[in-house]
Design a protein. Structure first.
Length: 129
């Protein structure tokens, strides 16, 4: 929950790609109380081409020791689209793809369940925007 920069290091630049016009974005998180660090969070960007999913990006936070992209789940959406069954399958794959940590806030199994539920919720929200 803190930076990994050493005392003699400084961050001088961050580069982020511009999100394409019309892209849908969503972040879903679970925390015990509002304002606490998330026990689990999922961020999603969906770029549509009509009814098709041209590009999907899904990333985690709070689930393991570091954030990861859920590329296998992204591929499902890009191949199968944004129907309920494809989203459910992508969420299931997302949960299977993570290596959750266990700590005093949540078990491995609980974080895995949160990954699935939050992925499904975030994809639906992003696709609907």
């Amino acid at each position: 929950m803190a930076t990994s920069l050493a005392a003699d290091e400084i961050l001088v630049e961050v580069r982020l790609r511009v999100v394409p016009a019309g892209a849908g974005c969503a972040i879903e998180e679970f925390a015990r109380r509002h304002g606490d660090f998330a026990i689990a969070a999922i961020a999603v960007v969906i770029v549509r081409d009509g009814q098709r999913c041209a590009k999907a990006r899904i990333a985690t936070a709070g689930i393991s020791s570091h954030s990861v992209r859920l590329k296998d789940a992204e591929k499902i959406l890009e191949r199968q689209g944004l129907g309920d069954s494809a989203i459910a399958q992508a969420a299931k794959i997302a949960a299977e793809s993570v290596e959750p940590m266990a700590d005093g806030h949540a078990s491995v199994g609980y974080r895995r369940q949160l990954t699935q539920a939050l992925t499904e919720r975030a994809v639906k929200r992003a696709a609907g925007r």
